[in-house]
Design a protein around this ligand. Structure first.
Ligand code: ADP
Ligand code: MG
Length: 381
């Protein structure tokens, strides 16, 4: 049964009526453009075919009652009395979105409904952004305010940053809000302008979860950010986005060895990300795959945010003749990789890479063939 039907049925069982609306918001995977967002650069994610759904109907007492099928939990809150979390729980994502929308002047009405999703939680595919955008869309349905994808993405990012205390960039919320079927979305993280390009015909995107997570991520992330900011300051620029690779090559000797490596990744990754758009527009899967392979090498050797598990799964993927290219995706040190493979071989690819990676590392991976899907929307009625 589809998830849309599942939440509808559970709604009917709980409330003895049909829901007035079913909303959907997807998770995401970043194809290329890693550690570029906080350098005011470019990212190129796609919304995946895994999403969070909410079946709901309005309430007229300014309260929200949400039943999470995945958490097996039922929680309620009053829109006039939002409490900031001491320890974050799933309902705080809904409360955070209500908080920021009200703070930004949207008049909210209450609702009751059933929430369920199939974005794996905590594996870097942004189940949190999917839940936030689904919540924003639920409020849109019952409250009657207009839906502006960029405004909703910014609001949900603010909820995640300030209510939930997670220091993320704009990519996750923007792609969950603005994703397009069969296309990847190029986001300029400075202007928030977007452009899209089709995934090359005959190619499929595969997500490869290494099954590993690392606690190191936060401190290493902050350290990389500081190194990038210091390098930009050295060049007298607002961000590393503002230097091209030719100028960088002339002046790179001015930086110490470590800063040079960090900055070189960002400068070249921004250029690869823009070249990825050209490759997609030309339908050139080989060129896109080659850029993904270069991106991984740069993340591994210059930015140094890969891990043995990520390198192993990327190597297993790239060894397959029908893989155009694979790279780590997300912050690094564990989590997922992403590969572009020939569609007709995608299922074989999944089977073979799973087996070889398990043999090589002893970790059980999860691989999914995914499709680029549309951003947050009302799917019923
Ligand atoms: P991710 O990498 O998946 O975004 P996060 O730690 O940022 O991981 O967010 C995961 C949290 O979001 C969960 O612990 C839960 O609180 C909430 N969440 C995500 N999806 C759901 C869902 N389907 N139902 C309830 N809560 C969810
Ligand atoms: Mg998240």
């Amino acid at each position: 049964m589809s998830l849309a039907n599942k939440v509808r049925e559970r709604f009917a069982a709980e409330f003895a009526a049909d829901p007035a609306f079913v909303v959907r918001a997807p998770g995401r995977v970043n194809l290329i453009g890693e550690h570029t967002d906080y350098n005011d650069g470019f990212v190129f994610p796609l919304a995946i075919d895994r999403a969070t759904f909410i079946a709901l109907r309005p309430r007229n007492d300014n309260r929200v009652l949400a039943i999470s099928l995945d958490m097996d939990d039922r929680r309620e809150f009053a829109l006039g009395d939002l409490r900031s979390p001491t320890e974050v729980d799933w309902i705080d994502y809904l409360i955070g979105v209500a908080w920021v929308l009200q703070e930004r002047g949207y008049p909210l009405s209450g609702w009751e409904g059933v929430v369920s999703g199939d974005v794996p939680i905590g594996s870097g595919l942004s189940s949190s952004a999917a839940l936030e955008l689904a919540t924003a869309r639920a409020f849109h349905c019952v409250s009657g305010f207009g839906w502006d994808t960029q405004a909703m993405a910014l609001a949900c990012q603010k909820a995640e940053n300030e209510w939930l205390g997670v220091n993320c960039g704009i990519m996750d919320q923007m792609i969950s809000a603005a994703g397009l079927q069969d296309r990847a979305l190029l986001i300029d993280c400075r202007s928030l302008q977007t452009d899209s390009a089709p995934l090359p015909a005959g190619s499929a995107v595969v997500i490869l979860d290494t099954g590993t997570r690392r606690g190191l991520v936060d401190s290493a992330y902050n350290e990389r950010r500081q190194q990038c900011e210091a390098a930009a300051r050295h060049f007298g620029l607002p961000a590393l986005r503002d230097i091209d690779s030719a100028t960088f090559a002339e002046r790179a000797h001015e930086l110490d060895g470590l800063s040079r490596k960090r900055a070189r990744h960002v400068v070249t990754e921004n250029e690869r990300t823009l070249r990825a758009r050209d490759a997609m527009n030309a339908g050139d899967a080989l060129a896109l795959g080659a850029l993904m392979i270069e991106s991984h090498v740069s993340l591994r050797d210059e930015f140094e945010v890969s891990s043995p598990a990520l390198d192993a799964i990327v190597n297993c993927a790239n060894a397959e003749p029908d893989c155009y290219g694979a790279r780590m995706t997300g912050a690094g040190f564990g989590g997922c990789a992403v590969a572009l493979v020939r569609t007709e071989s995608a299922n074989d690819f999944v089977e073979r890479v799973s087996k070889r990676y398990l043999e090589a590392t002893g970790n059980q991976p999860s691989l999914y063939v995914t499709r680029a899907s549309a951003g947050a929307a009302t799917v019923y009625p």
